[in-house]
Design a protein around this ligand. Structure first.
Ligand code: MTE
Ligand code: MO
Length: 319
């Protein structure tokens, strides 16, 4: 992912940022460090505490049968640019995010706008669904998510006839997300908050999962606690984390990556092995934990379920 690094930032800025984080972590971590078990390696992040368990009914019909990745892989190899650029930054800094208390504002072109407390969201009937997350960078992971179809939440606010799109907004708070600090504002070319969007029919599709957990427990912070979206037939960056707002709109909303690099990332971003990213092929992917690359299936394997949504559209143009 990411914009061509060399053009986006000078090395000095990156170094400053690393120093800043290290300093900050040193200060924040100093008291906790003395409590670490003696077996913990110096500098290695402590394993995350076991999260609150969630009851969920397995949805076999909407699950793939691939073997899930190890919890450790899914929680230590993340893209979450609010914490930094490296795959290890989210796990290292995730403790800075406070997922409680939390509310999600659902508004825009709806008859009954309202703010949902996270505890209310957790009361929807929860399902476990195994989906593969396919990152646009060319890797994938299989994750047993917990959540429910976003459509169930959207129905409660009653979208008006003029609602055509849904915009998702991630929390903006530089206190909790260190890479949102103004001094490194242009980090990776993204500006904050992270925004994503779907067409309303995509958002209402049963596969689109409002996600509150994984592996039988609440979402770890680095995976987008306390609530995120997961859109399994699209590249991973559409699946915005740590949502604070879901807004129904008439116009196609802005999305962070399309804003930062419009020639590389489009609004639709459906997994499509026949349309390459301008800087690399999308024909294959590496399943994390495997050695050989696999062929990437159209729509990440969901062509039968979602192909109709794009009937008649040129997906080369609407990438
Ligand atoms: N707010 C926010 N959401 C985000 C991202 C991000 O940087 N910020 N990264 C995206 C990308 S590129 C991917 S591949 C997935 C990774 O999800 P995971 O860490 O749970 O595997 O989150 C997506 N959601
Ligand atoms: Mo990604």
């Amino acid at each position: 992912m990411l914009i061509n690094r060399a053009t986006m930032f000078k090395e000095a800025e990156v170094t400053d940022y690393r120093l800043y984080l290290n300093r900050r972590e040193f200060i924040l971590g100093a008291s906790a460090a003395s409590l670490l078990p003696l077996t913990a390696e110096a500098g290695a992040p402590a394993p995350p505490p076991p999260g609150q368990r969630l009851q969920a009914t397995k949805n076999e019909k909407l699950s793939i049968t691939d073997k899930p990745n190890a919890f450790k892989d899914v929680t230590s190899y993340n893209n979450f640019y609010e914490f930094g650029l490296e795959k290890s930054d989210p796990a290292r800094l995730a403790h800075m995010l406070r997922p409680r208390p939390w509310t999600v504002q659902v508004d825009g072109l709806v008859h009954k706008p309202r703010r949902f407390d996270i505890e209310e969201i957790l009361k929807f009937p929860l399902e476990e669904r195994i989906y593969a997350l396919r990152c646009v960078e060319g890797w994938s992971m299989v994750i047993p998510w917990i959540g429910f179809s976003l459509s169930a939440l959207l129905k409660q606010v009653e979208p008006t006839g003029s609602a055509k799109y849904v915009q998702f907004t991630t929390l903006k708070d530089p206190e909790q997300f260190p890479a949102q600090r103004p001094s490194i504002f242009s980090l990776g070319g993204l500006d904050w908050p992270y925004v994503e969007g779907l067409r309303l029919d995509e958002a209402m599709h049963p596969l689109t999962l409002l996600t509150v957990g994984m592996y039988g427990q609440v979402l770890p912070n680095q995976n987008g606690a306390p609530v995120r979206i997961v859109v399994p037939w699209k590249y991973g960056f559409k699946s915005a984390k740590s949502l604070v707002r879901i807004q129904l709109t008439a116009e196609q909303p802005q999305t962070s990556w399309a804003k930062a690099a419009p020639h590389e990332y489009g609004f639709y971003s459906n997994v499509n092995p026949t349309v390459d990213h301008p800087r690399w092929s999308q024909a294959t992917e590496r399943r994390i934990g495997e050695f050989l690359r696999r062929k990437s299936p159209m729509f990440n394997g969901y062509a039968d379920q979602v192909g109709q949504l794009y009937a008649g559209m040129d997906l080369r143009k609407h990438y």
